[in-house]
Design a protein. Structure first.
Length: 70
């Protein structure tokens, strides 16, 4: 499998993982916040931000790893 396909697959996985974790975090916060979506977003934005940073770091780390392999 060539590197472009590997990177595309990794990007799809990162988007899927982020979307799944976003939904889980928001659902749990929504239930804890007493069915108030605004309060759930306000109280959990930092968790979502950390998750996005981790997903982006994993993608770009993998991209650098693929680049060094050549």
């Amino acid at each position: 499998m060539d590197d472009k396909k590997k990177l595309r697959r990794m990007a799809i996985w990162m988007i899927t993982i982020f979307a799944t974790a976003f939904a889980i975090v928001l659902t749990v916060l929504y239930l804890v916040a007493g069915n108030n979506i605004v309060l759930a977003l306000v109280s959990g934005w930092w968790l979502i931000l950390i998750l996005a940073v981790i997903c982006l770091a994993a993608y770009f780390g993998y991209k650098m790893y693929i680049g060094r392999k050549k």
